[in-house]
Design a protein around this ligand. Structure first.
Ligand code: ZN
Length: 475
């Protein structure tokens, strides 16, 4: 018997080359999978469900995919924007004092925020501290967890002068590879495939060549991707040129790293030619429009990447300096920034960025057989959006259909009423069913204050650029 029948909704199935719109559509879910999609009148005739959800005045669509995030930094949301060298001059002093408790508190808060904005897949990238995987498992969300690997000194980049070549600590590289591998072997396809994993050499500038190659081999032996920050800012390019005499894309090409195993994040500094080289290799791209706009003032070359045939997923990156984990924000900014960059309003229309947030994102992560569209046989990851909210009204079906443009350019995430992941409701009528929202809100406030107090007591905080704005009374 069918578990759930959603009916009378505006369906965005994300099948075909666009959004796959269906008026007055229905979706049936059984044992965690989609078992029927079609007109309500048709499905109602043949399907009797344990529970029927009337989705009149709602849009039913696949859950949103956040392919690249550092969820833990939600505990220090807002400490590192509006400055140059955000990592060293903003985030690093806080990062230094993020205890595992603070890390988990931020992670939970980011997951809560994402669920409330319609995200169903969380592509988190972090140290595999105890309890990290459990946050996603317990919240009932789908995840792709990348255990961070590098051979930087344990204190990270705090204290290093801008422009100094990072010292590599091979023992540290060994330790992080081993930790990541243990995590990966524990969590790969855990919870009936709901939790997925990748290897995460943090950046080609942050680990020695031998260990970078070892990560690729270890991942390949398990059929996994490598998730690597690639050409992420002038800082990285400067390191690569100083160390290897080459820019990142040429270096990765030469060592055999450019292929469909690679999920390349940011490409902030990649030229159009370098971007095409990476896209044509079969590698995928993660695009973090909001974060890179805020911390670097740059529009990454996703449009060129896609035109070269590459798949791009969206990511919210980090809340220290993107300030939110909201894929509606990323879809809108991606369209808007590229229209402005190319001075062309036809660039990345609403339907294309919606694909990047759903089916194309799934392809970039290698999960499009399972998720990203409403199709029979796929896992039931879907959201229902109230389209009677003033910012989404009226819903006109012709001559111009307004649903998707209004969702992309006007939705905030708060219009998402229900979220189902793996056939199980995680949010219903905006109430979170799998997490204690009140406790998470209180805890992230407490943990955030603890980190801030520790930073205030450390003289290193005097190097933080935002202090000038504080002292001028502007912030
Ligand atoms: Zn990142």
């Amino acid at each position: 018997m069918t578990d759930y029948l959603f009916k009378n909704g505006h369906l965005l199935t994300m099948t075909g080359s666009g959004v796959g719109y269906m008026k007055d559509g229905a979706v049936a879910v059984t044992n965690g999978r989609i078992t029927a999609v079609g007109p309500t009148a048709e499905l109602e005739k043949t399907i009797s469900a344990k529970e029927t959800i009337d989705a009149s005045n709602m849009c039913i669509m696949p859950g949103l995919i956040d392919g690249h995030m550092h969820a833990s930094y939600a505990v220090v949301r807002g400490v590192a924007q509006d400055i140059w060298n955000w990592m060293q001059a903003g985030l690093a002093p806080y990062h230094k004092y993020m205890t595992p408790t603070a890390f988990l508190s931020g992670t939970r808060s980011a997951v809560l925020e994402g669920i409330k904005a319609g995200t169903t897949l969380f592509g988190d990238y972090a140290w595999p501290v105890d309890g990290w995987g459990d946050v996603f498992a317990d919240a009932g969300v789908r995840a792709v967890l990348t255990a961070r690997i590098n051979s930087l000194p344990a204190q990270g980049m705090a204290g290093l002068k801008i422009g100094d070549l990072y010292p590599f600590d091979e023992a540290r590289g060994r330790e992080t590879i081993d930790q990541a591998t243990a995590f990966i072997d524990n969590w790969n396809r855990a919870h009936d495939g709901r939790i997925n994993v990748m290897y995460g050499p943090q950046g080609p500038d942050m680990i020695g060549l031998d260990q970078l190659m070892e990560c690729k081999k270890l991942a390949a032996s398990r059929g996994l991707k490598v998730h690597v920050h690639t050409a992420q800012g002038d800082r990285e390019i400067d390191q690569m040129v100083k160390r290897y005499g080459e820019r990142t894309p040429a270096f990765l090409h030469e060592i055999g790293y450019l292929d469909d195993q690679l999920l390349a994040v940011h490409l902030t500094e990649a030229t159009d030619e370098e971007t095409q080289l990476i896209a044509k290799s079969g590698a995928k791209m993660a695009l973090c429009s909001g974060s890179i706009g805020i911390i670097d003032g740059i529009v990454p070359p996703a449009h060129v990447f896609r035109q070269a045939g590459g798949d791009v997923c969206l990511g919210s990156d980090q809340a220290a300096g993107n300030n939110c984990h909201n894929i509606w924000n990323e879809m809108k900014l991606t369209s808007l920034f590229n229209k402005i960059k190319y001075k062309d309003p036809t660039t990345l229309p609403a339907w294309e960025v919606l694909r990047m947030g759903t089916i194309e994102g799934a392809r970039a992560l290698g999960l499009d057989d399972e998720i990203g569209s409403l199709e029979v046989g796929k896992k039931a990851d879907l959201i229902c959006i109230d389209v009677t909210e003033p910012n989404l009204s009226p819903v006109l079906d012709g001559p111009i259909r307004t649903l998707v443009p209004n969702l992309i350019f006007a939705a905030t995430g708060r219009e998402v009423l229900h979220s189902m992941i793996d056939g199980r409701f995680v949010m219903r009528d905006r109430a979170i069913l799998t997490m204690d929202e009140q406790a998470i809100r209180e805890d992230v406030q407490l943990q955030g204050e603890k980190v801030a107090h520790a930073v205030a007591a450390d003289p290193v905080h005097k190097s933080m650029k935002l202090l000038e704005a504080m002292e001028a009374g502007n912030l």
